[in-house]
Write a protein that binds this ligand. Sequence first.
Ligand code: GDP
Length: 449
Amino acid sequence: MVLADLGRRINAAMADMTRSNVVDEKALDSMLKEICMALLESDVNVKLVSTLRGNIKKKINLKDQAPGVNRRRLVQKTVFDELCALVDCQPENGDAPAFKPKKGRSNVIMFVGLQGAGKTTSCTKLALWYQRRGFKVGLVCADTFRAGAFDQLKQNATKAKVPYYGSYTETDPVAVAAAGVARFKSEKFDIIIVDTSGRHRQEQELFAEMVQISQAVKPDQTIMVLDASIGQAAESQSKAFKESSDFGAIILTKMDGHAKGGGAISAVAATRTPIVFVGTGEHIHDLEPFTPTQFISKLLGMGDIRGLVDHVKHMNLDQKETMKHIEQGIFTIRDLRDQMSNIMKMGPLSKMAGMIPGMSQLMGEVGEEESGKRLKRMMYIMDSMTEKELDSDGKVFVSEPTRLTRVAKGSGTTVREVEEVLSQQRTMARMVKQVGGKKPPRPKMKRLR
Ligand code: GDP
């Protein structure tokens, strides 16, 4: 089951529960059964699913709840928290220092993984990610095993405008890696990413090579790249690699459109190895930092305002006043229009839509083409508003409802559609208020009702 479907099924199960007249054991069990089935179909390990179920039942404990407790809220919050725990990959002690490259010194990052996992693609994605954040980044191709590996890295790096190093003649990967890192160090690069070779299977030879390269380049961080489409088998693969190369973090690739993404992510999380990024497509920008709450919020269609803000910030798009507003906890109709127009410029709608609360449900209901059309109609609506209306929080439409009719007429849409735009803006404004003042976002479960 692809992640979007998994999110929809969990949402639907929770919505059924909140719609039922009473929240009793029966309603709770039927919701849990559906959620567990959905997780199992996403290849989440049976034991993990069973733990999640047990934890939810224990925490909710309907029998002992005082009469005043809002049971629906309690159930929603508990499910949300347990789903976050399922993908929480922080080490047991929770305080392992996160890798934070510093400017002004050379930070070496080495990539390891099997062939086809998405190493070369992820190297370039990560290089670009850091480059956009002001780091001077270089890529080294130490894959001398696969014919064409250097060409592939060269092509990707050129597209991303990232300097690269490799050799067509040197066959020793250790020598290439050492020379590349030395070159970029002498040129004072902040981040040097070393792409190593993979094999089809985990072979002794591959592990030996990784150890040698690692000794030669002394990486500050080693990242293992894992293909999420292998589902819960990700656990044994990461363990095998861990035994030979002490990697500190994981990038899970192909989280887009693959049936077993949920299984892979929970399996890796269970090994308590930090997942630092997930790859969500073949495009160079399809790399997202991974944090459990943001991931689950997005999965459940509650949006990921923080992710959206970060993504947009580094796309070098015209941000006008929105960033300033978000920091102040404000979100006007004009902000909604600017963000939507950015989204329309940013490639696949389905990818970005997940970051806007409620948008992925809309996409799920009507599909990419139809939602593209709806998005355009929303833009027409906002384009028909006056400057004052755009800069407002939407309340002017409540105090003067004739504005609704005027805007609907002007944009060739209906009053209902105008109201939907206003409702979207209100949802965003509520979430932005939480993010504003740089407090960590705490998604509200209310959205699921
Ligand atoms: P390597 O052998 O580990 O270096 O793997 P590559 O980087 O060559 O990637 C293998 C294939 O996976 C290529 O076709 C990539 O375009 C594709 N790929 C890599 N990451 C992703 C991802 O996040 N999503 C999707 N859909 N494809 C990916």
